[in-house]
Design a protein around this ligand. Structure first.
Ligand code: GUN
Ligand code: FE
Length: 427
């Protein structure tokens, strides 16, 4: 009974796509790491439990960011004048080079983790760099902070500057070392197999990574179909394969274990069918797609096909760590897509987007992203009193106002797996 407690406030979350569950002045009963139940009126049997009363505050599930690059944090807002491939060459690779220096890594990675906490991102899927030691450090920093994460040592062995390349053997050897050391080290922080994308990995390397993911039962993250020049390059590199997605599939890297593919803007119909069949996840990253002129992902269409979709900041293609900011961008680009589709693909609603930013991406972590029974209790306590000053608003309107006009100052407390998380240390 000791681990049971109650939080009280204005609770809003999504069980189903597009539909809010609202418990005004409601109660969430938590048992250890998990939600036991949510109530409008507290049943008598719980009357002896400790209640943390957050008064007028909103209580929502923690945000889940299923695609970002921790080493690109210093580039936030910089170098967004190019498309993907020249952007990688001129801004991204030179920054990622620096993570052979563990002191630099500690400075940036601790600031990155603290920033996630500040903006209410309770779980993330993150790319590190090729460097195994700084990747391990990033995992340690997540664990020290108490935030959940899948962290990947990036694999690349061609088509990038020499300073960011390993041989296929080295790349596999170092990845194995990480899986051995960190596979079971932490409960909330896990390794993930991370080929950067097809252009920077030989097929031999991709195949070995596919084998590794099966042998160690570890999920996979990569990029797919983000930019038209990237896609042409992949076709040139793999003329015999049908399309971009099939390169990953042939290498055993698409959905045999849970897989996230970032972007998926320009998928062919056959690729969509393959992704559906493999139950792969798409990380939709609209800020990045706008900044790098990549295009608008057809999310309504992909949703109708039944794909697993979550949202990503894609730091630093994306310029904001805030998932609320990503939600607002998603809504905006979905309206442009609606026009582009002659008004057939309806814009995404805030309720649909809250789902994608919580339960949609949370599915990759298990039962995460909702306040339904048995879900891990990840929550944000939001004081929006500074935002709603002119007229009374419903709980639903307050959530929308927070998403569009609020920021980190409104996020007062963060819970991950039933535990309140204090401000992480910045080194
Ligand atoms: N494709 C390969 N690497 C990257 C990266 O770092 N960012 C983005 N947005 N796309 C990529
Ligand atoms: Fe990315």
């Amino acid at each position: 009974m000791q681990d049971e407690y109650i939080v009280k406030g204005n609770i809003i979350f999504t069980k189903e796509l597009g539909k809010y569950e609202i418990f005004e002045n409601g109660y969430i009963v938590i048992d250890g790491k998990f939600v036991k139940s949510v109530y409008k009126e507290l049943p008598k049997k719980f009357s002896k439990l400790k209640i943390l009363d957050y008064g007028h505050a909103l209580i929502i599930p923690g945000f889940i960011d299923i695609h970002s690059h921790a080493p690109q944090f210093p580039n936030l807002g910089l170098g967004l004048d190019k498309e993907l491939m020249p952007w990688l060459d001129s801004y991204t690779f030179p920054e990622e080079k620096k993570y052979s220096d563990i002191d630099y890594a500690k400075k940036v990675y601790s600031a990155f983790v603290k920033s996630l906490w500040k903006y209410g991102t309770t779980r993330s899927c993150v790319f590190a760099t090729i460097h195994k030691n700084s990747t391990k450090l990033l995992m340690d920093l997540f664990a020290e902070a108490g935030l959940g994460a899948y962290v990947g040592k990036v694999n690349m062995n061609r088509n990038a500057p020499e300073y960011l390349l390993e041989s296929a053997e080295e790349s596999i050897h170092n990845t194995k070392e990480l899986l051995d050391e960190y596979g079971k080290k932490y409960e909330l922080v896990k390794p993930i197999i991370t080929p950067r994308f097809v252009p920077t990995c030989s097929f031999e390397l991709l195949k070995s990574l596919g084998e590794l993911s099966k042998k160690y039962n570890v999920p996979v993250q990569s990029h797919l179909s983000e930019n038209l020049s990237e896609i042409s390059f992949v076709k040139k590199l793999h003329p015999k394969l049908k399309n971009y997605a099939s390169v990953y599939n042939e290498a055993g890297l698409l959905g045999d274990l849970p897989t996230i593919m970032a972007h998926c803007i320009w998928l062919e119909e056959e690729e969509i069918e393959l992704m559906v069949k493999k139950e792969a996840f798409i990380a939709h990253c609209p800020n990045s797609n706008n900044n790098l002129s990549s295009g608008i992902a057809p999310i309504r269409k992909l949703m109708k096909k039944g794909l697993n979709i979550g949202l990503g900041t894609d730091i630093s293609g994306g310029h904001s760590v805030s998932m609320a900011n990503v939600i607002a961008s998603c809504a905006q680009v979905s309206k442009l897509k609606w026009l582009e589709s002659n008004k057939s693909d309806k814009p995404l609603t805030t309720a649909e987007l809250l789902y994608l930013a919580t339960k949609g991406g949370g599915k990759f972590f298990g039962k995460v992203g909702s306040f339904e029974e048995g879900y891990e209790f990840d929550a944000l306590i939001i004081d929006d009193s500074s935002l709603s000053i002119f007229k009374p608003l419903s709980v639903e309107e307050r959530l929308e106002k927070f998403i569009y006009t609020g920021d980190d100052r409104n996020i007062k407390e963060i819970y991950v797996a039933g535990k309140k998380i204090e401000e992480p240390k910045q080194y």
